[in-house]
Structure formats: structure tokens, C-alpha cells
Design a protein around this ligand. Structure first.
Ligand SMILES: Nc1ncnc2c1ncn2[C@@H]1O[C@H](COP(=O)(O)OP(=O)(O)OP(=O)(O)O)[C@@H](O)[C@H]1O
Ligand SMILES: [Mg+2]
Length: 464
């Protein structure tokens, strides 16, 4: 299978999770040369993240997981086969194959107090001298537009900022093979362009990239190999045959006309976080009527999530006015940007049932079914693909029939089927006279579902 002199070759016969009746991956061959770009396109649940985890040595992790594969890396041959499970040291493996996970936060150590210190973790471990380390961190942070954030606590970043910091950390760790799971998800146009330029430079310097994605976009220009993953099986596809544009614009749904009752109103509002001197949002005027779907757009860090969290009662208003048609906090449901922040139970059913009176809990199967989650009740939320996991988080919100539904980047990780489900959910809330406010970078989706779009202005990045 080799052509040229590959950095990393994989012949993956099959991978099966413990207790599964079927292989999650089968018959996948990859040969990654220095500077190459391999794009693997697949819908939610097609096995992309499992493949990423196998490639970066994170799977198999538990007894009972079966991997039959041969890896050739750095002149070494590693054979996994039935009956003999090879234990890979994930830390050592990460020096050869690095991965940006779909939930980018997982790449960060979570124990450092500033972004600069977080970015130093890998360089410190590699014994890079302090002055050189500082110069490399600063240069890369500026390239990615993170210069102002170096002194910030990594726990206080917006979703997009978090992904950029994780990508910077991965780049500094310097593995010659990088697996990137949806590296542009949740990034604004400027950040996407910066990341695309960085990836081109890494390739020029000899890094082999594997991009795992649902949809093809600008970041895959000049791909050497395109593969499509379907139910864990790979097909090679000529580039021109994969044309699933991101931000597909759907026909606007204008059935709903706003009523007169305001369900949410911010006026000259100033929003911020406890412990941060500077405000995250200032001068916010935003009105959402019953029966109306409003989009919330704007660059990374402009305050979209902050607006939704304040509307949901998770943050206090600093100044100005916030009026709600429903009682504060009641009748309002928020789907958080990162579903991991919202899921903590060990089965889907327990998750949705959490804190519910019995009279409402009987509706759980119906809600799960309406979200395409029928039959997942006894599954652990983390065993579901990312799209389904987001829909489980949505189920925990919808079961309470909120009058005002707040959705933070709800389209992230959803494929066409998931987007259809989401549109139906929004339609139902509007049909019953509720309102929906959606923060999203997915302009195509917003144009399709929202009656209007409120654009947030970037706030000067002061130290918070
Ligand atoms: N817990 C926090 N403490 C302090 N500052 C925070 C916290 N969370 C977010 N911020 C900051 O508030 C500002 C607005 O962040 P927010 O998450 O609302 O942006 P966003 O528009 O949702 O961005 P993204 O598109 O990346 O999701 C950013 O500068 C962010 O770094
Ligand atoms: Mg956000």
C-alpha cells in the first residue's frame, strides 16, 4: 500500500466495541506521507471519532474491545490481533500521532491557570528553553488571533476560543501526524481562515494531516486522498464527487409571524462573568416575541453564549434591563454549546428524567422518539455519536416544554438528518406560541429558520 515514504501506515481489518454485535470499523487502509492531507468524510455515527481514537492510540482501551490492525510508524510495525491486545502507551504514541478531538476541550490539561501556561505544557515536557518557548507560544497565539487571551484562565474561554487554544497546543506539541476532528466547528470566518493557513503551513513543513469531517469546506483544498466513511466502511471518492457544502441554505420557513407578547427583552444591557472586571457584552438591545425565531450571530467571543446564559438565569445582569415574559428562569430552556456541560447521568432515560415529576417523566419515550432517539433510553449518553448526544441534551430541555427555547450552536456535529429533527423542534415550539433564540455560526441554518438575525459586535478584548 505504500507510495513514496509514508510517515504512518494503517491496515485496519476491524474494530469492535465491547459487547457490540457488529464491527464499528472494517477494512480501512491509510498511507500518510509527509505533507499529505487525507480527508475522511462521514455522517454522524459513521465511525469518524472511533477511527480517530484508534489512529491516535486511545482505542482499544477496555478489555473486550477487539482491534485487528497493523500500524507502521517510525520504522516500527505494531500488530493488533484477536486474542493478543497490544497496549500502546498513549503519551508516547501522541508524540507521533496527535489528535484534536471533536470536543476540543479534552486536548487541554485543565490544570493550568493561564492560556500561556496551558500552551507551554508540551514544550516544557520536551525541555525547550524558556526564552524559545515563550517566543514560539507568542508567535503562534498571534497567528491564531489569541494574543489577547494569553493571560486568561482557560476555563473562561468561549467555545471557539477554546478550540483555537487546543489547536495551538496540538501544533506546539509538534507530532508529525495530526488527526483533526472537525477543526473548524464553531469558528468564525476570520478564525477559520487563520486555521486553514496554519494547516497549509504545517503541511509545507512536512506534517501529515487527517481531517475528519461531516462536510467538505475550504479547509480541504488540495486534499491528496478523500475517503468516505459509511457505517465504519471506507470508500475512496474522487474529490469532485464529495460536494456537501457546509452552511447549506435551506428555504426559509416563514409560516410563523411574531405575536405581540415579548418573551425576552434586553435593553441597554451589560453582561459579564463573576470574577471578571470587564463586561463580555455592553449596550445590548434585543427583543424576542412569542411565535418568533431569532438568530444570534457574531464572531467568536462576541458574547452569544453569554446572552443565552443570562437569558436562562445562569448569569446576572450587570446593568440595563432584562424583561422576561415568563418568570425568571422558569419557562426558559437552554441547550448549552457543549452538551458535555449538560449531561451527567449514566443512561439517556435517567438523564432526561432527572428532576422531573412522574407525570412528566411518562412523556420521555415520546420526546426521545421525536428527536430520532427511540431505543437509546438505556444507552450511556457518551456511547452515542456526538450528534445524538447533543439531541439527548436537547431532550432534557424539551421535556419541560419551555416557552422560550435558547439554543447555543445547536447544529454543531449534526448531519442532514439531525438538522431536519432540529428544524422540526423549532417549528413545534413556534407552533405552540413559544419563541426560539439560536446562537450559531451556521449562517445557512439561521437564514433558513430565523425570521431575523441579531448580529453581536466584537467587544475589545480587555483582560478580564
Ligand atoms: N466563564 C467566563 N468567565 C469570564 N469570561 C468569560 C467566561 N466565559 C466566556 N467569557 C468571555 O466572554 C466573552 C464572550 O464569550 P461567549 O462565550 O459569550 O462568546 P461567543 O460569542 O459565544 O463565542 P463563540 O462563537 O466562540 O462560542 C469572551 O471574551 C469570553 O472569553
Ligand atoms: Mg458561544
Amino acid at each position: 500500500m505504500s507510495r513514496g515514504n509514508p510517515l504512518f501506515e494503517v491496515e485496519l481489518e476491524r474494530f469492535r466495541y465491547s459487547g457490540d454485535g457488529d464491527d464499528t470499523l472494517a477494512g480501512i487502509g491509510l498511507s500518510l506521507e509527509a505533507g499529505s492531507l487525507t480527508v475522511i468524510v462521514g455522517d454522524s455515527g459513521s465511525g469518524k471519532s472511533t477511527l480517530g481514537a484508534v489512529l491516535c492510540g486511545m482505542l482499544p482501551r477496555h478489555d473486550g474491545e477487539e482491534l485487528e490492525a497493523v500500524f507502521e510508524i517510525q520504522g516500527q510495525t505494531i500488530r493488533h490481533g484477536t486474542g493478543k491486545s497490544v497496549r500502546i502507551d498513549p503519551v508516547g504514541w501522541a508524540r507521533h500521532v496527535g489528535m484534536l478531538p471533536q470536543d476540543a476541550r479534552h486536548y487541554l490539561s485543565g490544570v493550568r491557570e493561564t492560556v500561556a501556561e496551558e500552551l507551554a505544557v508540551g514544550l516544557e515536557n520536551a525541555g525547550v528553553p524558556r526564552a524559545q518557548m515563550h517566543a514560539r507560544i507568542t508567535a503562534l497565539a498571534h497567528r491564531l488571533g489569541l494574543g489577547e487571551l494569553l493571560d486568561r484562565d482557560p476555563e473562561t474561554l468561549s467555545g471557539g476560543q477554546e478550540r483555537l487554544v487546543a489547536l495551538a497546543a496540538l501544533t506546539l506539541d509538534g507530532a508529525p501526524v495530526l488527526i483533526l476532528d472537525e477543526p473548524l466547528a464553531g469558528l468564525d470566518a476570520a478564525a477559520s481562515a487563520r486555521v486553514a493557513a496554519l494547516l497549509q503551513q504545517l503541511r509545507a513543513e512536512g506534517t501529515a494531516l487527517v481531517l475528519l469531517t461531516r462536510a467538505v469546506d475550504g479547509s480541504v483544498d488540495g486534499a491528496d486522498h478523500m475517503l468516505r466513511l459509511r457505517a465504519g466502511r471506507c470508500e475512496s471518492v474522487p474529490g469532485e464527487q464529495i460536494s456537501i457544502p457546509r452552511n447549506e441554505v435551506s428555504a426559509p420557513d416563514r409560516r410563523h409571524s411574531p405575536g405581540t407578547a415579548a418573551l425576552l427583552e434586553f435593553s441597554a444591557a451589560e453582561l459579564g462573568y463573576p470574577g471578571s472586571a470587564a463586561s463580555a457584552v455592553t449596550g445590548l438591545d434585543l427583543l424576542v416575541h412569542a411565535g418568533e425565531c431569532v438568530g444570534l450571530a457574531g464572531p467568536n467571543g462576541s458574547g452569544k453564549s453569554t446572552v443565552l446564559k443570562t437569558a436562562a438565569g445562569l448569569l446576572n445582569l450587570r446593568a440595563g434591563v432584562l424583561r422576561q415574559g415568563t418568570k425568571r428562569g422558569a419557562g426558559v430552556g437552554l441547550l448549552l454549546q457543549n452538551p458535555a456541560d449538560q449531561l451527567f447521568e449514566r443512561t439517556v432515560h435517567r438523564e432526561v428524567a432527572f428532576g422531573l415529576p412522574r407525570s412528566t417523566a411518562v412523556k420521555i419515550p415520546e420526546v426521545l422518539e421525536s428527536l430520532g432517539l427511540a431505543g437509546t433510553g438505556e444507552t450511556h449518553p457518551y456511547e452515542l455519536p456526538a450528534a445524538a448526544r447533543r439531541l439527548v441534551a436537547l431532550a432534557t430541555v424539551l421535556i419541560r416544554r419551555p416557552a422560550l427555547l435558547l439554543l447555543d450552536e445547536p447544529t454543531e456535529a449534526l448531519d442532514a438528518g439531525g438538522l431536519e429533527v432540529l428544524r422540526a423542534v423549532i417549528g413545534k415550539v413556534l407552533d405552540r406560541g413559544g419563541a426560539v433564540l439560536i446562537a450559531s455560526h451556521d449562517e445557512g441554518f439561521l437564514i433558513g429558520v430565523a425570521g431575523r438575525i441579531h448580529r453581536m459586535q466584537p467587544v475589545a478584548q480587555a483582560a478580564r
